[in-house]
Design a binder for this molecule. Structure first.
Ligand SMILES: [Zn+2]
Ligand SMILES: [Zn+2]
Length: 306
């Protein structure tokens, strides 16, 4: 059974409750107040103070569905700046790899390192996606925004195709900037830069590959469809399985090359067991498919004409 917000925060001050749960609690407070007022009409001087659980009117979704031209799907100048910074740091790394390889006439090692970077980026995207899909909530430090966005994505997968480019990439671009910039400044090794440039670039663009995996074939650029069909980018069919029960597979979103192996070996399930027995934390995917995971049908008012 999942823990409802009103149970989880029953003993906590409203100021400590994540923003998206507060509206639900306020409704409960209003419901309780209404009930108390009715009771107090018989005994006006007696304050009713008995704890009671009030069933919310048809459980309110913790995250409101985006609407047409929702600002949460639009890019801001801050988003664009972070994506530009992330792209610049990645391009500097790739340029340094090429220049250093040309100077030393050693190409094989940087090319192999770049290939390994591409393969490991897919694994990294899967581990990160699994982590934020299953643990934490909107109030989690650093990752809260991403966790909330991914939970919203499970409920309304179509939103990723309406999310603007920089809005979709800025969080990973910021992380890439902080990790790659020091390497750009401190290192001139072509092999290291080939690995770092390709790996960080693929991780930063993994959300774009993810968005393309939700695209309609006829609306995607032919090159993207060709790369998806060749298995170089995560395919639409493979990622569609992630959004179907039991909602605990196909987490990798760069090429998807690791998905089959990780799912066959039940790697993430093993990690979930380890975390549960070590820390007592249950992943979201263990719950019966709840409203957190199940997709809501797109309402006519939310449909954008493209
Ligand atoms: Zn997911
Ligand atoms: Zn998705």
């Amino acid at each position: 059974m999942s823990i409802l917000p009103q149970h989880k925060y029953l003993t906590r001050s409203l100021t400590h409750v994540p923003k998206y749960h507060q509206s639900c609690l306020r409704r409960l407070v209003i419901c309780s107040a209404t009930t108390a007022t009715t009771k107090s009409s018989t005994k006006p001087t007696q304050l009713v103070n008995e704890p009671r659980l009030v069933n919310p009117p048809a459980l309110v979704s913790p995250i409101a569905p985006p609407f047409l031209n929702d600002p949460s799907l639009q890019s801001t100048w801050s988003h664009r700046l972070w994506v530009a910074t992330g792209c610049t740091t990645v391009l500097i790394s790739l340029a340094k790899a090429i220049v250093a390889a040309a100077d030393s006439h050693v190409w094989l090692q940087p090319i192999l390192a770049g290939y390994i970077g591409y393969i490991l980026a897919d694994l990294g995207s899967g581990v990160y996606h699994w982590g934020i899909d299953n643990y934490g909530d909107a109030s989690t430090p650093i990752f809260g925004g991403q966790i909330e966005a991914f939970q919203g994505h499970h409920k309304w997968p179509w939103t990723i195709t309406r999310r603007q480019f920089a809005n979709n990439l800025h969080a990973l671009a910021r992380a890439v900037t902080f990790c790659v910039l020091p390497i750009d400044l401190a290192c001139n090794d072509p092999t290291i830069h080939a690995f770092v440039g390709v790996c960080s670039g693929c991780i930063m663009f993994s959300q774009q590959f993810h968005a393309w995996a939700h695209g309609t074939k006829s609306k995607l650029p032919p090159l993207v469809v060709a790369l998806q069909d060749a298995g170089l980018l995560v395919s639409r069919a493979q990622h569609a399985a992630h959004h179907r029960p039991p909602y605990n597979n196909n987490y990798c979103i760069v090429s998807g090359i690791w998905n089959k192996l990780l799912d066959k070996q039940k790697t993430f399930e093993a990690l979930e067991m380890i975390l549960y027995f070590q820390l007592g934390v249950r992943p979201r995917s263990w719950s019966e498919p709840t409203s957190d995971w199940t997709e809501e049908v797109e309402a006519p008012a939310q449909v954008t004409v493209q």
